[in-house]
Design a protein around this ligand. Structure first.
Ligand code: TYD
Length: 139
């Protein structure tokens, strides 16, 4: 069962160049799972938050491609906040953790890789349900 201590920053490669820098991420290499889905979040109005839910199976890597935001992860006992503010940091979030994204800077752009295709059945959207599933060792 994942805890907030299993969440980690992956330092992605950076190819520094006077013409502009380049970073990359490959399936099952820098990304520690097979990528089945990519999605992105943008145009977030000031003060809004996203992603208040847990996934039963989906693992993720979140990158602040532009700007900055906080990702708050929660295992039902402890919380940790990661401030993503570099386009070469990937935040790895295992399955079974509650996560929220907040404090988006203007024009920030969040890229996310997931290990399973979109399925509403994979979401736990009520925090009380999450706590119950966590207590029973079901997520
Ligand atoms: P949701 O995951 O709840 O957004 P967030 O975690 O950022 O708050 O998704 C919002 C809506 O978009 C929801 O109706 C489902 C839909 N959606 C897809 O159809 N495919 C996807 O890959 C994702 C991530 C969301």
């Amino acid at each position: 069962m994942a805890t907030v201590d299993d969440v980690r920053i992956i330092d992605l490669p950076k190819i520094l160049d006077a013409r502009g820098n380049l970073s990359f991420a490959e399936n099952q290499n820098q990304i520690p799972f097979e990528i089945k889905r990519t999605y992105w979040i943008y145009d977030v109005p000031g003060g809004e938050s996203r992603g208040g839910h847990a996934f039963r199976k989906n693992e993720e890597v979140v990158i602040a491609l532009s700007g900055a935001f906080d990702v708050v992860v929660d295992d039902g006992k402890n919380k940790k906040t990661f401030n993503l503010n570099r386009s070469y940091y990937g935040l790895y979030i295992p399955k079974g953790l509650w996560r929220e994204m907040e404090n988006f800077s203007t024009n920030s752009f969040a890229l996310e890789f997931g290990s399973v295709a979109y399925s509403e059945a994979d979401y736990v959207r009520e925090y009380e349900d999450f706590l119950k599933l966590k207590r029973n060792g079901e997520v």
